[in-house]
Design a protein around this ligand. Structure first.
Ligand SMILES: Nc1ncnc2c1ncn2[C@@H]1O[C@H](COP(=O)(O)OP(=O)(O)O)[C@@H](O)[C@H]1O
Ligand SMILES: O=P(O)(O)OC[C@H](O)CO
Length: 498
C-alpha cells in the first residue's frame, strides 16, 4: 500500500494529524490538546517541545487508525497556528524560551512606541500588517531583549527563529532544514511581501539578526525529508501553509474575488485579490494567500478574535447551554421584538477596529431578556463582525462586491441558524462545503499535488462540493436598522475613536 498523504494541523489549542487516501478521503485522524501557559496578564505561551511531542504522537495514532504504516505515506503537508514565535538552539534543537503565542499582548507598549516614532506606515507598506502585538516580529524582539545572551548567540548563527511550521520541519528533519513558507513568513512583520524577502530595514528597527531567520519557500516545495530515526520513516515534506491560508486553498478560493471565512475560536476572513497586492485603507491586512511555482497570490484579511469562543462563554461561563450544538435551538426561541446585542470584545477588538483595550458588553436588555436572547446575540455578533470585514473589503477593492460568495468552514458552521443569519446580514450567499476539514485538506493538497498523486489546482477546485447554500432573505430596511444598531453598540465599547 502507498499513496497516502499525512497532513498535520498544529493549532492554537490542539494538534491534529490526518491521513488521506489517494481519493482525498480522510482515513485516519488523531488529536491531542496541549498546555496553555498564562504567566502574566495578557501573556500566552506554549511549550514548543510539548507541541513537537504532540505531533509525533498524533501522527503515529492517525497512521495506526488508518491501518497503514508510516512507510505507506508518500508525502507530508503541514499547516499551523500562525505568528507564534519560537527560538531554539541550532545545534541541540532545544527551545530557548517558551513559544510566544499569537494571542499574547506583552509587546503592546513596544508597538505603541514604534507607532509614536511614526513607523507604522513603513511596516505596513512592506509587510501589509499593522504594528500590533499579534504578529511575530515584536515577540521575537522581546525574546532577544529578555533572554540573556540570546542576541549575541543569534548574531553568531547559533540560534534559529521560526513560526511553528519552521520549528516542526527542523525537528522532523533532525536539524537539516531551517525553512518556512511564504504565507507564514508574511505574518512575521519583518518580511517584505512585495519583494518576497526578509527586509533589512525592518530587521534593523527590531534589532533582529538575519542569521537566525529561516529560508522562505513556496507553499508546495521541497522542505526536506523526515529523519527515520526520529520520525519512523523517510518521508518528504512537500507542503506548508499557515492555517488560514491553508483554508483558502482547501476551500479552493483560487480566483480573485473568492473569499473564505473560518469560524473556529476566532474568525479569519480572507479575500483572494490575485496578483494584486491591495493596500487597505480600512485597517485590514494585506497578506500572502499562497505562493505556488514562484507566483505570489495575495489576500485581504480580516481577523476577528472572538467567534466560537463566545459560544464557549455561553456554555462555560454562563451555563446557558450544555453543548455548543444547543445554541441554534435556543437562539431560534428568542423574542423577535427584543433587539439585544453582544459586542464580544473579550480580548479587545480585531479588524477593522484594532482596539486592544476595548471590552465586551451586552446592550438592549429588558426584564424579559433571558438565555435565548443571549444565544441569539452571541450568534448574531459573528454575522455583524463579518459584515464589518466585508464592507471594509468592498471599500478597499472593487473585486469585492454584492456578488461575493462567502465560503465558510470551521466548527461553528455546523450552526444553520448562524449561517442563515450571516447570509441575511451580509445580504450575500454563504456556501458551506461538504468537507469541513478545509484547513488540513489544503495542507494535504499542497503535498499531494507536489508529489504528483493528487489533482492539479484546476482539478482540485472542481473537486470542491457545496453542502448547502444559505441565501440572504432579510428585508433590506430591517437589515439596515439591525446593522446600525450594531455600530452604535460597537462605538460605545471603543476606547480609541479615530
Ligand atoms: N453547533 C455549533 N453551534 C455554534 N458553535 C459551535 C457549534 N459547534 C462548534 N461550535 C464552536 O466552534 C468552535 C470550535 O471550532 P474549531 O474549528 O474546532 O475551532 P479551533 O480550531 O479554533 O479550536 C468552538 O468555539 C465551538 O463553541
Ligand atoms: O489555531 P487557530 O485555528 O486558532 O488559528 C490561529 C490563527 O492562525 C492565528 O492567526
Amino acid at each position: 500500500m502507498s499513496g497516502y498523504i499525512l497532513a498535520i494541523d498544529q493549532g492554537t489549542t490542539s494538534t491534529r494529524s490526518m491521513v488521506f487516501d489517494q481519493d482525498m478521503q480522510i482515513v485516519g485522524v488523531a488529536q491531542l490538546e496541549f498546555t496553555q501557559f498564562f504567566p502574566d496578564s495578557g501573556w500566552v505561551e506554549h511549550d514548543a517541545e510539548e507541541i513537537w511531542q504532540s505531533v509525533l504522537s498524533t501522527t503515529r495514532m492517525a497512521v495506526a487508525k488508518a491501518g497503514i504504516t508510516l512507510r505507506d505515506i508518500t508525502a507530508i503537508g503541514i499547516t499551523n497556528q500562525r505568528e507564534t514565535a519560537v527560538v531554539w538552539d541550532r545545534k541541540t534543537g532545544e527551545p530557548l524560551h517558551r513559544a510566544i503565542v499569537w494571542q499574547d499582548r506583552r509587546t503592546a507598549r513596544f508597538c505603541e512606541e514604534l507607532k509614536a516614532k511614526g513607523l507604522e506606515p513603513l511596516f505596513t507598506a512592506k509587510t501589509g500588517l499593522l504594528l500590533d502585538p499579534y504578529f511575530s516580529g515584536t515577540k521575537l524582539a522581546w525574546m532577544l531583549n529578555s533572554v540573556e545572551g540570546l542576541r549575541a548567540r543569534a548574531g553568531k548563527g547559533e540560534v534559529c527563529f521560526g513560526t511553528v511550521d519552521s520549528w516542526l520541519i527542523f525537528r522532523m528533519t533532525a536539524g537539516r532544514v531551517h525553512a518556512t513558507d511564504a504565507t507564514n513568513a508574511s505574518r512575521t512583520l519583518i518580511y517584505d511581501i512585495g519583494e518576497n524577502r526578509f527586509d533589512d530595514e525592518l530587521l534593523d528597527i527590531l534589532a533582529v539578526p538575519r542569521a537566525m531567520l529561516p529560508e522562505v519557500k513556496d507553499c508546495a516545495d521541497d522542505f526536506g525529508v523526515t529523519d527515520p530515526e526520529i520520525f519512523g520513516a523517510e518521508i518528504p515534506i512537500l507542503g506548508v501553509a499557515g492555517d488560514q491560508q491553508a483554508a483558502v486553498i482547501g476551500n479552493a478560493c483560487f480566483e480573485p474575488g473568492m473569499m473564505k471565512s473560518t469560524y473556529g475560536t476566532g474568525c479569519f476572513a480572507l479575500l483572494n485579490t490575485g496578483t494584486d497586492r491591495v493596500a487597505s485603507s480600512n485597517r485590514l491586512l494585506t497578506t500572502i494567500a499562497y505562493r505556488l511555482n514562484g507566483e505570489t497570490t495575495y489576500a485581504l484579511e480580516g481577523s476577528i478574535f472572538i467567534a466560537g469562543a463566545a459560544v464557549q462563554w455561553l456554555r462555560d461561563s454562563l451555563g446557558f447551554i450544555g453543548s455548543s450544538a444547543e445554541t441554534d435551538g435556543l437562539a431560534a426561541k428568542a423574542d423577535p421584538h427584543q433587539r439585544v446585542y453582544l459586542v464580544p470584545a473579550f480580548t479587545g477588538l480585531g479588524a477593522p477596529y484594532w482596539d486592544a483595550e476595548a471590552r465586551g458588553a451586552m446592550f438592549g436588555m429588558t426584564r424579559n431578556t433571558g438565555p435565548a436572547e443571549f444565544a441569539r446575540a452571541v450568534l448574531e455578533s459573528v454575522a455583524y463582525q463579518t459584515y464589518d470585514l466585508l464592507e471594509a473589503m468592498k471599500k478597499d477593492w472593487e473585486g469585492a462586491s454584492e456578488k461575493t460568495v462567502l465560503r465558510v468552514d470551521g466548527g461553528m458552521v455546523a450552526s444553520n441558524w448562524t449561517m442563515q443569519r450571516l447570509a441575511d446580514i451580509l445580504a450575500a450567499p454563504v456556501d458551506r462545503p461538504q468537507i469541513l476539514e478545509t484547513t488540513v485538506l489544503g495542507a494535504a493538497w499542497l503535498a499531494g499535488s507536489r508529489a504528483g498523486i493528487w489533482p492539479d489546482q484546476k482539478g482540485f477546485a472542481e473537486h470542491w462540493k457545496r453542502d448547502r447554500r444559505f441565501e440572504a432573505g432579510m428585508d433590506d430596511a430591517e437589515r439596515r436598522l439591525a446593522v446600525a444598531g450594531w455600530h452604535d453598540c460597537v462605538s460605545r465599547c471603543l476606547t480609541k475613536r479615530d
